[in-house]
Design a protein around this ligand. Structure first.
Ligand SMILES: *[C@@H]1O[C@H](CO)[C@@H](O)[C@H](O)[C@H]1NC(C)=O
Ligand SMILES: *[C@@H]1O[C@H](CO)[C@@H](O)[C@H](O)[C@H]1NC(C)=O
Ligand SMILES: *[C@@H]1O[C@H](CO)[C@@H](O)[C@H](O)[C@H]1NC(C)=O
Ligand SMILES: *[C@@H]1O[C@H](CO)[C@@H](O)[C@H](O)[C@H]1NC(C)=O
Ligand SMILES: *[C@@H]1O[C@H](CO)[C@@H](O)[C@H](O)[C@H]1NC(C)=O
Ligand SMILES: [Ca+2]
Ligand SMILES: [Ca+2]
Length: 228
């Protein structure tokens, strides 16, 4: 038997709800403001992670905490039983979205496991790559990095993050090789993503509502400016 220190049956304290509600309020305020200044109408892009042609997978699955918990439309973060979770003691952990064909991405929202006694320790140092080669066949040199988290112990990354990622490719890979000290004696990298939302358009489209690029095949995802 493996010794697991990951709080598999912890109770949920009310102060977590309060914290989460505050964050949600701030997040909404940001979206509301951004909408009116017309810079970042995030929700007007299509949420590609939930398309019926998108396949979600994990590098490994811990018990029954399946990849599909991360795109079931439920963003709850304080109950690990409804979050995806990779196996213990692996060198690398990733969650991959396969859109079936290349898509142009704008932003990504990640909701990470955050319980009263199990914080996002394992989310430090994660990175996001995009590639036309799947995670099982590619190393990081064959991908394009769109985000790197630089949080170091004992700091924690936020458990709800909006990450810019303006790239075009078929596969989006959230990956980590970080070994958190908090779960010792377990070694290796683990991902516990509760929900991932990917906002973007078909290639050749841009902006809120995904309009066709004007006068070119490919254009900037936000401004619509043609790329040469
Ligand atoms: C989580 O999902 C609920 C229900 O869809 C939504 O009302 C809420 O705004 C979401 N939370 C965040 C932080 O986006
Ligand atoms: C993500 O997509 C699903 C299905 O299209 C939708 O129900 C959900 O509200 C979307 N989430 C956001 C934040 O737009
Ligand atoms: C997938 O979604 C598209 C667009 O929403 C819809 O037209 C199609 O019928 C769906 N296919 C399946 C197999 O559900
Ligand atoms: C990455 O993959 C390429 C192509 O398969 C290979 O040439 C290269 O040596 C690999 N790099 C690492 C660090 O494994
Ligand atoms: C993390 O560090 C790398 C390398 O210095 C940098 O390119 C990247 O922008 C940093 N990430 C963030 C979110 O600041
Ligand atoms: Ca979920
Ligand atoms: Ca460890």
């Amino acid at each position: 038997m493996l010794v697991v220190k990951t709080c598999l049956d912890c109770s949920i304290l009310p102060d977590i709800h309060v914290l989460q509600l505050r964050n949600m309020k701030n997040f909404r305020l940001v979206l509301y403001f951004a909408y009116f200044i017309g810079v970042l109408a995030v929700n007007a892009f299509e949420n590609l992670s939930k398309r019926n042609t998108t396949a979600i997978s994990l590098s490994s699955t811990y018990v029954h905490y399946l990849a599909t918990f991360a795109n079931d439309g439920d963003n709850i973060t304080n109950d690990h039983r409804v979050c995806s979770h990779t196996e213990l003691n692996k060198d690398k952990a990733w969650l991959q979205l396969d859109f079936g064909k290349p898509y142009s991405i704008n932003t990504i929202n990640i909701y990470y496991r955050n319980e009263d006694n199990w914080k996002p320790y394992r989310f430090r140092q994660f990175y996001i790559d995009m590639s036309d080669i799947p995670a099982t066949l590619s190393n990081t040199s064959e991908r394009t990095r769109c985000y790197t988290d630089n949080t170091t112990y004992p700091d924690l990354p936020p458990f709800i993050m909006e990450v810019p990622c303006k790239l075009t490719a078929r596969y989006l890979i959230v990956e980590t090789t970080y070994d958190a000290p908090e779960d010792d004696p377990n070694t290796g990298a683990i991902l516990e993503i509760c929900e991932i939302e990917v906002f973007g358009c078909e290639v050749g489209e841009y902006g809120a509502g995904c309009k066709s690029c004007i006068g070119c095949e490919v254009c900037d995802i936000t401004s619509g400016k043609c790329r040469t």
